[in-house]
Design a binder for this molecule. Structure first.
Ligand code: DGY
Length: 333
C-alpha cells in the first residue's frame, strides 16, 4: 500500500513538511502562491488530506470534484473557511487548532487594546513625522485602561484570557456576553459578569470582540450597535473580519462617536476599507494576533497531528464535525 497523499496549501515550517512526509506523499505549496479554487481542486484530486491555514474555502463545489478527500485540517482556531454542512454530507472531517494559541492571542488582544486606548501608534506617527516640538498637557491624551469597564463579546478560551488579564492585571470591571453563560467557577476565575448584548454595548469603555464568524455573527457590530455604545468608547476586533461593518465603524471613528478602534481582522482582508485607512484613530495590524513563532509552530503541529491521527490512526484529535470514516475509503491505503 502506498502512503496516503496530502496537500499543504501554503508555505509552512520546513519541519512540519518533513514530519508529514514520514506518513504521507506530500504536495507542498512552497512558493506560497495562493491557489485559485480551480487550482485547489486540481491539487486535491486523488488526495486524502489538506493542510489548510484557515483561508482556503472548502465547499460543496470543491468537495464534489475531490472524491478522495477525507480531512481538511486548519492550523487556525477559526474555521469559517469550511462549509461544515457540505463537508459532513461529503464525509470529510474538518479540524481546527484550539487551545494552543489562547494565551498568545489574548496577549495580543490586550496589546491592541492598550495601543488603541493610549494612542500609541498615533503618537509614534506624530513623532516620526517630525511634529514633536514640545510637551503639552493634552498631547495624545487617551482613555484610562485600569479601573475602566472591559466588555467582551464572545467568551471562549481567548475571551477568558482577555478577561483574566483585564481583571487581575488592570483592575478592570469585566462584563461579557456569549451565546451561553460560563459556569460560576469560570466566571469567578475571570472576575467576569454575564450581561445582555445591549447592556454590554451601553456599558463597556473598551469592547473586545472574540466571537467566531458565522452567518449569525455577520455585522454583529454595525451602525445600530455602534449607536448603542458609550460615546468615546474603544472597539477592538481580533475575531474575524465581517463581524464588524467596517464602513459603519469608519464613520463612527470619523464622527468621534467612538474614540478609537484596534483592528487585526477586516472584511475582505487583506484588502482594508479605504475609510479605515484614512482615519487616524485606528490601530491596524495584519491578522497577527497568534503570530509568535512558538505558537504558530504549535498550531501547525496540531494540524499535522490531526492529519496523522485521522489518516493513519483513524481518529482526529480536534474534529469540528462527526463523520463516519467508511464513507470515503482512500483507495491507495
Ligand atoms: C485563528 O487561529 O483563527 C487566527 O485568526 C489565526 O489565523
Amino acid at each position: 500500500m502506498g502512503k496516503p497523499a496530502i496537500a499543504i496549501a501554503r508555505a509552512i515550517f520546513p519541519q512540519i513538511i518533513e514530519r508529514l512526509q514520514i506518513h504521507f506523499e506530500v504536495l507542498a505549496n512552497q512558493s506560497d502562491e495562493l491557489w485559485s479554487q480551480p487550482q485547489m481542486i486540481e491539487k486535491l484530486r486523488g488526495r486524502a488530506g489538506l493542510f489548510a491555514t484557515g483561508t482556503e474555502r472548502i465547499d460543496a463545489a470543491l468537495l464534489s470534484e475531490c472524491p478522495h478527500l477525507e480531512i481538511c485540517a486548519n492550523m487556525s482556531v477559526g474555521y469559517n473557511n469550511f462549509d461544515l454542512q457540505a463537508m459532513s454530507a461529503a464525509g470529510v472531517v474538518g479540524t481546527n487548532a484550539p487551545g494552543v494559541l489562547t494565551e498568545t492571542t489574548a496577549d495580543f488582544g490586550f496589546a491592541l487594546l492598550m495601543a488603541t486606548a493610549r494612542r500609541v501608534t498615533e503618537g509614534e506617527h506624530f513623532l516620526r513625522g517630525g511634529h514633536w516640538t514640545r510637551w503639552a498637557y493634552d498631547l495624545f491624551a487617551g482613555a484610562e485602561v485600569h479601573g475602566s469597564t472591559l466588555g467582551i463579546l464572545g467568551m471562549g478560551r481567548i475571551g477568558q484570557g482577555i478577561a483574566r488579564r483585564g481583571a487581575h492585571g488592570f483592575g478592570m470591571r469585566v462584563i461579557y456576553h456569549n451565546r451561553s453563560r460560563l459556569d460560576a467557577a469560570t466566571e469567578e476565575q475571570c472576575k467576569a459578569r454575564f450581561v445582555g448584548k445591549e447592556e454590554l454595548l451601553r456599558t463597556a469603555d473598551h469592547l473586545v470582540l472574540v466571537l467566531p464568524y458565522s452567518a449569525q455573527s455577520h455585522h454583529a457590530i454595525g451602525a445600530a450597535e455602534i449607536a448603542l455604545m458609550k460615546p468615546g468608547a474603544t472597539l477592538i476586533n481580533i475575531a474575524r473580519g465581517g463581524i464588524v461593518d467596517d464602513a459603519a465603524l469608519a464613520a463612527a471613528l470619523k464622527s468621534g462617536k467612538l474614540a478609537a478602534a484596534g483592528l487585526d481582522v477586516f472584511e475582505g482582508e487583506p484588502q482594508v476599507h479605504p475609510d479605515l485607512l484614512s482615519v487616524p484613530n485606528v490601530v491596524l495590524t495584519p491578522h497577527i494576533a497568534s503570530a509568535t513563532l512558538p505558537t504558530r509552530l504549535a498550531m501547525a503541529n496540531l494540524a499535522a497531528d490531526n492529519l496523522i491521527a485521522h489518516l493513519v490512526n483513524g481518529t482526529p484529535l480536534t474534529p469540528l464535525n462527526a463523520v463516519r470514516r467508511d464513507r470515503r475509503p482512500f483507495d491507495g491505503r
